[in-house]
Design a protein around this ligand. Sequence first.
Ligand SMILES: NC(=O)c1ccc[n+]([C@@H]2O[C@H](COP(=O)([O-])OP(=O)(O)OC[C@H]3O[C@@H](n4cnc5c(N)ncnc54)[C@H](OP(=O)(O)O)[C@@H]3O)[C@@H](O)[C@H]2O)c1
Length: 271
Amino acid sequence: MATHAGVRIVGLSGGSDASAVASQAVLGDVPWTPTAPSTFAAATLIVIGVPDDALDEAASELARSDYDAHCAAVHLSGIRGRDALAPLADVAVATGAFHPLRSFPTRDPGEGDLDGALVAIEAEASLASSLGELAQLLGGRPFAIDPSARAAYHLGASVASNTLLAVLDLARAAFEAAGVPADLATPGLVSLMSGTLDNAASRGVADAVTGPVARGDVATLRRHLDALDTQLPEHRTLYMALVRGLLAVCERRSDADRAAVVRAWIEEVEA
Ligand SMILES: NC(=O)c1ccc[n+]([C@@H]2O[C@H](COP(=O)([O-])OP(=O)(O)OC[C@H]3O[C@@H](n4cnc5c(N)ncnc54)[C@H](OP(=O)(O)O)[C@@H]3O)[C@@H](O)[C@H]2O)c1
């Protein structure tokens, strides 16, 4: 029986054979069944990790099983609330949503599990503190999320994690156009971005900004646009949107007057 971070993992179900093998490679010796068990033993926590659109179907299927006392179920979605598990609540299973604020491109979370990641928890009262303890066992930092706040919460999470890669891709395309060797470009840019994010974490976002927008250096911004127009025209719209966003950040700084000239330049360029 596999145990991870002090939690006993009693079984896996659903998905394809290939997914089961891939999950077992990470979790170890955990029995798998293609469909949900017909009975769940007392005090089992079911973790539903399916695409958000498959949640309703999974909850309905699981609601057809029999449950001993004090069983609970959570899903891992950031955008769906606890109400996605209503069919399970209807059969007296305690329900919750447990969203780890971390990106997992593969099944293996790596050494650190949730190390320092926020975990947004929405759960009925009887379950909330146990889920908080579980998040902490995995190294996460639990906090309670209100169902009405989910869309804004998920927007923030998605911008920080997913759209960040669109920014990286624009930078990578620019480095490619500049002839920076491909094997250096992405690692070099990621190192630059990591340093910037570290500065934002320690100093706050506005005081971490450097570069031509903060300095009001319009001549440099013009050269950027020239490069975009001649070499990367498909990235111009995104670049201008990013400059506008960064200007709004710089306008919160004590030296906001330096950036004021950039607003006039944007209006001139976009007239
Ligand atoms: N990935 C992340 O970074 C991340 C981070 C935080 C939270 N989450 C949340 O975690 C959940 C799963 O996301 P994911 O990225 O792991 O999704 P995923 O890779 O697309 O799918 C996860 C598994 O769900 C199985 N599956 C698909 N439809 C199913 C169904 N109807 N019944 C049973 N199993 C089904 C798939 O099996 P087969 O492929 O074998 O069909 C697959 O193994 C989502 O709610 C997501 O919001 C994900």
